[in-house]
Design a protein. Sequence first.
Length: 84
Amino acid sequence: MSHPIPVPEVTHISKHGFWLLLGDEELLLPFEQFPWFRHATIDQISNVQWPALDRLYWPELDVDLSVASIRHPESFPLVSRAAG
C-alpha cells in the first residue's frame, strides 16, 4: 500500500530566502542559490506542489526542483541565468 505524500508548507520567508517543511524535514532555499524565487510573491512561493518524493513544483512560477538539489545544491553544477 502506498502512503500519500505530505503537503509541503512554507514556514518562513525573509529577504535571504525561505524555509520549506517537507514532512518532518525543514529545508532552506536561499535566494542566492535559487534566484527564481527572489522576486516572487508570498502566494507564488507558498503555492508549492509535491508530486513525487524527489520533486517539487511551483506552478505559478513554472519552477520544478529536485529535493536533492535543495538538500545538496553543490552537487548540481547548473547555475541559473535568472537575474538576481
